[in-house]
Design a protein. Sequence first.
Length: 90
Amino acid sequence: GTRVDAVITGGTLSHVIAVMKAAGCASIKVCALLNKRIPVEKRLKQVDFVGFSVPNLFLVGHGLDYADSYRECADIWVVSNLGKEKKGKT
């Protein structure tokens, strides 16, 4: 199986699904901890199980990072524009 932390547009995951189908997988299910609320036309269509639907903001924690920081946070946080400026990346 494939574990996904966050589904944004699903570009990478779409490729993985295509490879798995080409390999002859009889059934493919997608499970994501986070599914960003973005316009339907930009979203991956196949997400079978979702932990949380979240706004389209920059999230960190639980393995999600910003500029190689915050990955180890025990919770999931939103990085504000002020936070990005303080980190030196806009």
